[in-house]
Ligand binder design. Structure first.
Ligand code: ADP
Ligand code: MG
Length: 608
């Protein structure tokens, strides 16, 4: 036995001293000047400030200061403001269920005061101003001071005394860039507040209160003329969900994610549901690697979103994420509708005049008269023909979105929304007939999505059955593959894969998931191993799992050029109808299109 693994004498367990607890917590709450700035801005906004002034020195490394004209803190409360878990914003678990303020944890100021030199001067209405200082956890007494109504907080030399943290700070230019970004985000979310920013003594931002109630002017001011020129406004209310903001025209998409901002109840967040909704809305409109630019603001009742899921409050969890997805998706789709019309025009065969007569720009995304339905969620499209349970699928019982308007006068609901298969085209597309006309399905993309959703469901139910191969297959494996097979043995077996070493440089595949019976076992295993080896631990568990399942789905899905019988094609259509999100493949491309009789008639200049 090596010395390292010899048992050590047990160390005594003792409670950590309070300053150390705050210093440890500080690592999560304020890992850099910009994070401290965000907390100070949040506090100023929570205090009802109408005017906020931010000063930075050396990118915030020397100084981050925020001055506001908010409600202030009275002298007898100043000490508490620097105490951990002391807050004026929530008092009970019920309050936590519906947080209306940006802060609520009561740990920002205490954390910052534990790892920097802080001074606060504050004056609440009609009372005299008072000051307090803290130096890396050593908190001074409250003293009388002079100051205007409101609060001024200065944070100097963040992490200066904590080398373990200080070493993670970047250059003043980089840290300063992040600080400026924080001010911009706060300004975008709060058009009713005036903002000033001073960087090393020079004023770099001066934003007056935006009089426009939707805050569009503020967005344009912050994000600049060139963004605003190519942007389309969002304005959508679905039940209790309101979506505002600006999104770029597809033609203004850029190779980099310069502006991709989400705000939920005026709080900047990163969120996968929202990001996906945007991607889906642009799915068929963007060229290759271009990325949409946007600032999307979502407002919803606070009890429908959990803000208490991230130490720096940068993530939220929606109680009804489907409904949120739907609202954002619909808002963007509607904003882009004219762009959509233009795109359809491209599909017009040359010389098929008068093109304009059939390429009607869609008036609304759920309009049943839309000639080509592009990439709408299947559930929503189906709602225009059949009384499908859009509401249940949207996950929110009282959301009215117009899609379930009285369908009087429309055709009786057909048996199957995607119709019946008629033929396969060049081994790639399935052609089907439904009441509205022609349905074209990209069979690999559609099947891949179905397999993917099934894999996810089976994985969640821990029921990914494995099926032994008649003959195990060996393959020469790289060091990376061998390593991944060993390191992720448990995951692999949970995925229904049975892989054992076949020798010093080879692996033996003994079983694959029953659901992927048709897949080439070696290719499948290699793809999974590559995915497992590649995924950084920075990605969330769910994201990593999905990446692996997606690559499995790709190998398990029917390949192009495979001849399908009509019965198999019909089965695929039925599976699509039954699968959520089957309107898009795992890469965001549409899996099927509807081409209405009107559109076909127009192609042939046939009056009806
Ligand atoms: P939280 O914001 O989560 O309550 P903080 O540590 O950020 O926790 O702040 C603690 C308390 O100090 C707040 O609840 C608030 O009462 C008070 N406070 C902090 N900053 C300000 C400010 N700029 N204006 C008025 N009160 C403030
Ligand atoms: Mg706070």
């Amino acid at each position: 036995m090596s010395e390292a693994s010899a048992p050590r004498p047990a160390a005594a367990i003792r409670p950590l001293p309070e300053p150390l607890i705050s210093q440890i917590a500080a690592g999560e709450v304020v890992e850099r000047p910009a994070a401290a700035l965000r907390e100070l801005l949040d506090n100023a906004i929570d205090a009802g400030a109408r005017r906020i002034t931010v000063r930075l020195q050396q990118g915030g490394l020397d100084l981050v200061a925020v001055e506001d004209d908010g409600c202030g803190i009275s002298a007898d409360q100043l000490g508490l403001a620097l105490t951990r878990h002391a807050t004026s914003k929530i008092a009970s678990l019920d309050d936590l269920e519906q947080v209306r303020s940006l802060g609520f944890r009561g740990e920002a100021l205490a954390s910052i005061a534990a790892v920097a030199e802080v001074d606060i001067v504050s004056r609440s209405a009609s009372l005299a101003a008072a000051a307090i200082t803290a130096n890396n956890g050593r908190i001074g007494p409250v003293t009388p001071a002079a100051g205007a109504p409101g609060t001024a907080v200065s944070v100097r030399r963040l992490f200066h005394e904590i080398p373990a943290r200080r070493q993670f700070l970047k250059s003043a230019a980089t840290e300063g860039g992040w600080c400026v970004e924080m001010v911009r985000r706060a300004a975008l979310a709060h058009p009713g507040v005036a903002f000033q920013l001073w960087v090393d003594g020079r004023q770099t931002l001066n934003l007056a209160v935006d009089q426009d109630s939707a805050g569009l002017q503020r967005i344009a001011d912050v994000l600049g003329k060139s963004f605003a020129q190519d942007a389309l406004p969002l304005q959508q209310r679905i039940g209790p969900l309101e979506v505002r903001g600006l999104v770029c025209r597809p033609t203004a998409a850029r190779p980099r994610a310069d502006v991709q901002l989400f705000f939920v109840n005026r709080r900047w967040v990163r969120d996968r549901v929202l990001a996906h909704a945007v991607r889906a809305a642009y799915a068929d409109l963007l060229h290759g690697a271009l990325l949409p630019q946007y600032a999307v603001l979502l407002d919803l009742p606070p009890e429908r979103v959990d803000v208490n899921v991230h130490p720096a409050k940068s993530e939220v969890r929606f109680r009804e994420s489907q409904a949120v997805h739907h609202a954002v998706y619909t808002a963007i789709k509607q904003a882009l509708a004219p762009a959509l019309g233009a795109r359809v025009a491209v599909a017009t065969p040359a010389g098929a005049a008068p093109a304009a007569s059939f390429v009607r720009p869609p008036s609304g995304v759920s309009a049943p008269s839309m000639p080509w339905q592009t990439g709408l969620p299947l559930t929503q499209q189906l709602a225009t023909w059949a009384p499908l349970p859009t509401r249940e699928l949207a996950g929110m019982p009282h959301v009215a979105d117009g899609a379930d308007a009285d369908p009087a006068g429309r055709q009786p609901p057909p048996e199957h929304p995607l119709g019946h298969a008629m033929a396969q085209l060049h081994g790639v597309y399935v052609l089907a007939q439904n009441a509205a006309g022609l349905v074209v399905v990209d069979m690999h993309a559609a099947h891949e999505r179905i397999v993917y959703e099934r894999l996810k469901a089976a994985w969640s139910a821990q029921a990914l059955a494995s099926q032994p191969l008649l003959l195990p297959v060996a393959f020469e494996a790289s060091g990376r593959e061998l390593g991944a097979a060993e390191e992720h043995a448990t995951t692999l077996s949970a995925l229904g894969l049975d892989i054992t070493p076949g020798g010093p440089t080879s692996l033996l595949v003994r079983a694959i998931p029953a659901m992927l019976g048709r897949a080439d076992p070696v290719r499948l295993v290699r793809a999974v191993l590559a995915e497992l080896a590649a995924v950084g631990s920075s990605r969330g568990v769910e994201e990593r799992r999905n990446a692996v399942l997606a690559s499995m789905a790709c190998h398990g899905a029917i390949r192009a050029n495979r001849q399908l019988t009509l019965a198999e094609m019909d089965a695929l259509l039925r599976d699509m109808e039954a699968t959520e999100r089957s309107d898009q493949c795992n890469h965001g491309r549409p899996t099927w299109r509807q081409i209405d009789m009107d559109a076909l008639d127009a192609l042939f200049l046939r009056g009806r």
